[in-house]
Design a protein around this ligand. Structure first.
Ligand code: SAH
Ligand code: SF4
Ligand code: F3S
Length: 481
């Protein structure tokens, strides 16, 4: 049933974002077609983070049971769902523009049902129905099990809304329809929500309280993926290091390091990645677990947000610069210099001075990140910062600082690629290179893109590749041994 992903980002995508507008959280994925003869057709587009892409797989699974195949053609759809993101204003504008296009389509297809899912649905609730008349259905991230009932209400001519957040829902028992997958790598959601209150962030309001999924169901899902031929899982959560699950009888307690180990033991041929780590929570136990298992990829996404302690305090990140630097040093101590680290940085947060911005640049130099996802600050209604702090940095200053961060980060990304030349990398092949049909593209443990001549290899193979050169955003090489 699962089909290759149709995605608007590319296999050989640059790990070093180059422009302020090319950041991943605004990416959109159109789910591909499942053709199993179901009566109705669902077209689903996902915006925002990997959690949303993963949720779309759960939604497709729930609606598959209700008689919906997915289609990749809007023109074929009976039901259009947009799984939306609220993280920055631009993410919401993108969805609004898309709804306008879909409105044009609906005028020609009056029977079409249109629904909004995800974080924007949760943030705007019934307001959505007032603001966007074409929307029939508004469903928040914890209410997807209610979709069949809501759709039957809409079928009956009503508008339908469910934006209740839950303290328990993890969709643990729902087997996702693997839409966002190339058949090699899959996302596995291990927790939902977030209990941190970073002052800039809308996620605690749109995703609710943090809860961890049953460890056994996670391991079972990974075992099933191995049986289905998958070679890589990414364990997903807003703050994976605070994963904690206890069995109902209280005899079993699993923290993130222990979960990681259990998943690593599913199969030595299964690569394990995880995202996102919060600097206040990542423990030496997690780092030692990574060191013990070759199949846990040596790559940590450890968003700093700022390099200045005063700004970090205003952001309510609960760590300061010395703490963050110590965590980077712990990674280097336990996993060595080869372990890749990436960050998220926000430029122009409320009251950030030029000197404080310089501290963000110097943190890039300190950490020598392999990759950075960088953004200028976008005030989000209802957040602590929106209520208590003035959004006082002019847009052009925010953008200039952002460009400086991107430029500096690119230097480090290039250097990190360059140091890998001349070495042999174990590459998991993800598919044909977008540059040429004769080349394959995959990633090494550090999540760097590696491109090499196809030979007799294919998607899903592990290949040892000697890196002979780099473009600064990918390694080029040839298979050895
Ligand atoms: N849970 C992750 C972050 C998830 S949101 C963590 O704590 O690191 C992804 C990224 O979006 C954040 O790391 C942050 O850099 C960025 N972001 C969140 N809110 C933002 C805002 N209001 N303006 C600009 N960027 C924001
Ligand atoms: Fe947002 Fe902070 Fe939670 Fe990340 S940890 S999702 S930035 S509140
Ligand atoms: Fe966006 Fe919601 Fe993810 S706000 S980044 S889709 S958790």
């Amino acid at each position: 049933m699962s089909q290759p992903l149709i995605t608007l980002d590319f296999l050989d995508s640059s790990p070093a974002p180059v422009a302020a507008d090319a950041q991943p959280a605004e990416a959109v994925r159109v789910s591909p077609a499942t053709r199993t003869g179901r009566q109705r057709k669902l077209y689903i587009e996902s915006y925002g983070c990997q959690m949303n892409f993963s949720d779309s797989e759960i939604v497709s699974s729930i609606l598959f049971e209700e008689g919906f195949d997915t289609t990749e053609q809007l023109a074929d759809a009976d039901l259009v769902l947009l799984n939306t993101c609220s993280i920055r204003e631009k993410a919401e504008q993108t969805v609004r523009m898309r709804l306008k296009q879909i409105n044009g389509h609906k005028k020609r297809h009056p029977g079409l049902l249109v629904g909004v899912l995800g974080c924007m649905a949760e943030r705007l609730k019934t307001k959505f129905l007032e603001e966007e008349k074409i929307v029939d259905l508004v469903v928040g991230p914890d209410a997807y099990r209610d979709l069949p009932r809501l759709i039957s209400e809409v079928d009956g001519g009503q508008k339908a809304v469910n934006v209740l957040l839950s303290r328990e829902e993890t969709y643990a028992d729902i087997t996702p329809v693997r839409l966002n997958s190339n058949g090699v790598a899959a996302f596995v959601s291990i927790m939902r929500g977030c209990d941190n209150m970073c002052s800039f962030c809308v996620v605690p309001f749109t995703r609710g309280r943090e809860r961890s999924r049953d460890a056994h169901s996670i391991v079972r899902e990974c075992q099933d993926l191995v049986v289905a031929g998958y070679k890589e899982v990414t364990l997903l959560g807003q703050n994976v290091d605070s994963y904690k699950w206890a069995s109902e009888d209280g005899t079993e307690y699993v923290n993130f390091a222990q979960l990681l180990e259990r998943v690593a033991l599913v199969s030595p041929a299964l690569r394990v990645r995880f995202s996102t780590s919060h600097p206040k929570d990542i423990t030496d136990e997690v780092l030692h677990t990574m060191a013990r298992h070759d199949n846990i990829c040596k790559y940590i996404h450890l968003p700093a947000q700022s390099g200045n302690s005063r700004v970090l305090k205003l952001m309510n990140r609960t760590y300061d610069r010395p703490w963050y630097e110590e965590r980077v040093q712990a990674i280097r101590r336990i996993l060595g210099d080869d372990c890749a680290i990436s960050t998220d940085m926000i430029s122009g947060f409320c009251s950030e001075t030029e000197e404080e911005h310089q501290d963000s640049l110097s943190l890039l130099d300190f950490a020598q990140y392999d990759m950075g996802y960088n953004f200028f600050y976008s005030e989000r209604p209802g957040t602590l910062a929106a209520r208590k702090l003035e959004d006082d940095i002019p847009l052009e200053v925010k953008k200039r600082r952002l460009q400086e961060i991107i430029d500096r980060q690119q230097l480090h990304a290039r250097a990190r690629y360059a140091r890998m030349v001349g070495r042999v990398h174990q590459v998991l092949v993800e598919g044909t290179s977008k540059r040429s049909q004769d080349y394959l593209s995959g990633r090494n443990s550090q999540n760097q893109v590696v491109i090499f001549p196809k030979g007799n290899f294919q998607k899903g193979d592990y290949v040892n590749v000697l890196a002979t050169s780099t473009t600064g955003a990918a390694l080029l090489g040839e298979a050895v041994g």
